[in-house]
Design a protein around this ligand. Structure first.
Ligand SMILES: [Zn+2]
Ligand SMILES: [Zn+2]
Length: 328
């Protein structure tokens, strides 16, 4: 699957691989779905000229153009999936669809950088990140291009979109973002970042309106509406067919991490902040060797696990400032 050349991955669904510079994964996959009115695009790529040109070339490789796109669905609000939406909408007049919960978060993530910075600082403070680290952690993410439009079609769980070979059924799969969706097609399932191979999609609690994002994710990893034997079309990586196994692996991964975090909370005499607990967890490299962005992701993951343990009655929150947790 080379950049700029589309592949028909199953009847009526084409994938186009777009580059993400200086990042891992280094690409995102956009899917063009044939429908009576034209194409429905699932995800868009980043808002870069290179993504735009590569997408154009990909569509052209099977005789389509951006102006054939009549609808754009973002599996979630992240900029590799939604960033180019405004540019494509201008060129095509397409509607922009997103789950109602992620759509409500677009202004907070994209449109007001100052408000986002202060929400991030407050979140870091409440989780116990020390003052010296907070500014670096807050700035550890490149700001998202504020020039993205609001979605003008709000999608709900269970909604169906017609395409050339049947229906795309919208399944709300919260976790990676609170309004993440998966689309179930006739022969395939377009999973966005809900389930990837080789990567455990990260969770965070920053700006997440749910009080248990991990609980929502674990439930979505057991969603029986997802066809476990179907061809999986992910947002990153090659298509695969082991959705059931991968969902089980991801649930086990989080079970192990929950156990590790419960132990970390109970080690020592004093209640611990999420920041303190995060240092005791095994990440892909030791805490002190993680770059600031990875530390920030790890802190959000730790917090999501702590909230789930609290919900499950395994740890108690001490409503201190910052928050602390203790073994029940
Ligand atoms: Zn994502
Ligand atoms: Zn992604």
């Amino acid at each position: 699957m080379s950049a700029g050349h589309a592949t028909e991955v199953c009847p009526g669904i084409w994938s186009v691989r777009l580059p993400i510079p200086n990042a891992s994964p280094d690409h995102v996959l956009v899917y063009a779905v044939e429908a009576r009115e034209g194409l429905i695009l699932i995800d868009t790529g980043f808002k870069t000229e290179e993504c735009r040109r590569t997408l154009e070339a990909g569509l052209a490789s099977f005789g389509a153009r951006v102006r054939d796109v009549y609808g754009i669905v973002a599996t979630h609000l992240h900029p590799d999936h939604y960033g180019l939406a405004g540019t494509l909408q201008e060129q095509s007049g397409a509607w922009l669809g997103m789950h109602v919960v992620d759509a409500a978060l677009v202004p907070a993530w994209y449109h007001d950088q100052e408000a986002l910075n202060s929400a991030t600082s407050e979140w870091l403070r409440a989780l116990g990140a020390p003052g010296v680290a907070r500014q670096g952690l807050a700035e550890a993410m490149r700001p998202w291009d504020p020039d993205v439009p609001l979605p003008n079609r709000l999608l709900a769980d269970g909604e169906r979109l017609e395409y050339a070979y049947g229906m795309l059924k919208v399944c709300h799969t919260p976790g990676h973002t609170p309004g993440h969706i998966v689309l179930v097609a006739r022969d395939a399932v377009l999973v966005g970042d809900h389930v990837l191979r080789g990567i455990s999609p990260f969770l965070s609690t920053l700006l997440d309106p749910s009080d248990d994002p991990l609980g929502g994710f674990l439930a979505a990893l057991a969603d029986e509406r997802l066809p476990v034997g179907a061809l999986v079309l992910p947002g990153h990586g090659r298509p695969f067919r082991t959705l059931g196994e991968r969902m089980t692996e991801l649930r086990s991964h989080h079970d192990r991490r929950l156990a590790e975090i419960a132990i970390a909370v109970s080690t020592g005499d004093e209640p611990k902040t999420a920041w303190e607990v995060a240092q005791d967890v095994h990440w892909f490299r030791p805490w002190d060797e993680l770059d600031l962005f990875s530390q920030r992701i790890a802190l959000g993951e730790t917090h999501a696990h702590l909230l789930h343990l609290e919900r499950s009655g395994l740890v108690d929150a001490v409503n201190d400032d910052p928050y602390r947790w203790t073994r029940r």
